[in-house]
Write a protein that binds this ligand. Sequence first.
Ligand SMILES: NC(=O)c1ccc[n+]([C@@H]2O[C@H](COP(=O)([O-])OP(=O)(O)OC[C@H]3O[C@@H](n4cnc5c(N)ncnc54)[C@H](OP(=O)(O)O)[C@@H]3O)[C@@H](O)[C@H]2O)c1
Length: 290
Amino acid sequence: MIFKELGKTGEKISVIGLGSWDLGERTDDKISAIKTALSLGVNFIDTAEIYGTEPLVGEAIKNENAFIATKVWTNHFHYDDVIKACDGSLQKLGVKQVGLYQLHWPNKSVDIKETMRAMEKLVDDGKVRYIGVSNFDKKQFIEAQNSLSKYDIVSNQVEYSVLVRDPEAELLPYLQKEHVTLIAYSPFGKGVLFKPKYKKLTDVLSNIGKKYGKTAAQVALNWLISKDEVVAIPKASTPAHAVDDVQSSDFSLEQADVSAIDYLNKKFKRKSLKRKIHPVLHVYNLLKRR
Ligand SMILES: NC(=O)c1ccc[n+]([C@@H]2O[C@H](COP(=O)([O-])OP(=O)(O)OC[C@H]3O[C@@H](n4cnc5c(N)ncnc54)[C@H](OP(=O)(O)O)[C@@H]3O)[C@@H](O)[C@H]2O)c1
C-alpha cells in the first residue's frame, strides 16, 4: 500500500481508503470487506453520521489501527449540535477519537464561524484530530478556512472519477497548491461506470490495464491516485471487491496512459464533434495504434 500525507499534518493515510455509504444492513461479508482491506494495508475508512454505517465500521475496526473519517450532517451545524453529533459518532464507532471530522456539505443558513468554533473545540478536547470539509467549492473552502482561528482544513472530500471531472477546473489545482488532500468519492460513479452504457469507456480502461495485468476498476482508481494530493475511497461490500480495489495501488500507470485517460475528457469532446467519432472510441483507436 502507498500512503500520502493528509494535508500538511505529517499523518499518512492509504491512497485507497474504503467508503461506507449505502452499505445497507450489517452482514458478515461487509465486515469482512473492511477487515480484508485493513489486513492489506488500508488504514483509512470513511463514514458519516447520516450513512447509518458507523456501528458497522466500528465493529470492523475494533482492535485495528485504523484512521477513521466521519462527517457531521448539515442540520447539526450549530455549535452545540456539532459537539453532540460528534459525541454520537464516537459512541457509535466505539472510539474516543476520530482521525478526521468533516462538514458533509456547505450550509449557508448557519454561520460557518459558529460551526468551525465547535470543530476547533473538538480538536482541543481530543475528540477529533483533524478538520475536513466535503463538497465545498474553492470559494466555500477558502471561506471555511478563514473561519478557523488556529487549525487548518486538511482535506476536501468531493466527487471525482473518470466520469466526473469537475474538480480539475479549479478546485484540484488550488488544493494541490495549498497541500490539502482531495478525497475522491464515488470513484466508480456510484458503480455507474460498470453499467453497459459506459462499456466503451471501461473497454478503454481494460485495454490500458492489460499492460499491467489490471482491471478497468483498478486503472480507474490508479488514475485518480496518480494525481498529487488525491486519495480515493471506493465502496466495497465484498472482500473480493476490497482486494481488487486495494490492488489498484500496487502499480503506477505510465504518464502516457495517465494522459490518455485525462485526454478522454479534456480534448476529445470538442475534437470528436469535428471528427464525428465517439471520444472514447477515438482514444481506443489511438491506444491500439501505440
Ligand atoms: N461526501 C459525500 O457527499 C459522499 C457522497 C457519496 C459517496 N461518498 C463516499 O464515497 C464512497 C464511495 O462512493 P460510492 O459508494 O458512491 O460509490 P463507488 O465507490 O463509486 O462505487 C461503488 C460501487 O462499485 C462497486 N465496486 C467496488 N469495487 C469494485 C471493483 N473492484 N470492481 C467492480 N465493482 C466494484 C461496488 O460494488 P459492491 O458494493 O458490490 O462491492 C458498488 O456497486 C462512499 O461509500 C462514501 O464513503 C461521499
